[in-house]
Ligand binder design. Structure first.
Ligand code: ADP
Length: 201
């Protein structure tokens, strides 16, 4: 969303993204984890961040539930609020990327158009879509927060996978299969991608 007021002018600063990235010895980007609740987004992002930290890489993990406590605390789960949620998060990711960080964004982000919006804001070079893939039955069986049970009992409405749609990515940069691989193997797959595409140098 652009501000249309002619009184608000964009400032260019001397220390820019490239300078910050160089200092941090990395190529900033967003790893956008999308998948059903319980598919493993937080688990994988958390483990990946520990490994990045071990390699002296600068990262920041944005987690759906945490953001909804603060920045997006005023938003619910209607389609309109979900869109606004992703819009704010995308803008936040862009700021962190500008700061030179490797951003780990873990959000269900069920709608293709929203993820496309995030991609358009960041650009293809800096937006890495990670499809955290596990069948609904597996996620429901895991049910780490008991949310599926609540949704099935009708205590939560518009729950993704139950009575709200999840639109799987058709062409993600990375797809991890958390039903067949353990978390370590999934993280290794992502690190491999980052290494082979020069993000960690
Ligand atoms: P999400 O953030 O997508 O809602 P969570 O990471 O909170 O999902 O929960 C995923 C659950 O699945 C955790 O209890 C985790 O231990 C379990 N799990 C089992 N195998 C995997 C795997 N390969 N990757 C990620 N999580 C896994």
């Amino acid at each position: 969303m652009q501000n249309n007021s002619s009184d608000i002018v964009w400032h260019s600063h001397q220390v820019d993204k490239a300078a910050r990235a160089k200092l941090k010895k990395q190529k900033p980007c967003v790893l956008w984890f999308t998948g059903l609740s319980g598919s493993g987004k937080s688990t994988i992002a958390n483990l990946l961040e520990q490994q990045l930290q071990g390699q002296a890489k600068h990262s920041y993990l944005l987690d759906g539930d945490n953001i909804r406590h603060g920045l997006c605390g005023d938003l619910g789960f209607s389609d309109r609020d979900r869109v606004e949620n992703i819009r704010r998060i995308s803008e936040l990711c862009k700021l962190f990327v500008d700061a030179g960080e490797i951003v780990l964004a873990a959000f269900i982000s069920p709608f293709r158009t929203d993820r496309a919006f995030a991609r358009s804001l960041l650009g293809n070079q800096e937006f890495i879509e990670v499809f955290v893939d596990a069948p609904l039955a597996v996620c429901e069986e895991r049910d780490p927060k008991g949310l599926y049970k609540k949704a099935r009992r009708g205590e939560i409405h518009k729950f993704t996978g139950i009575d709200s749609d999840y639109q799987a990515p058709s062409d993600p940069e990375i797809r991890i299969d958390t039903a067949s691989n353990d978390p370590q193997a999934c993280v290794a797959q992502i690190l491999d991608f980052l290494n082979s595409n020069g993000f960690l140098e």
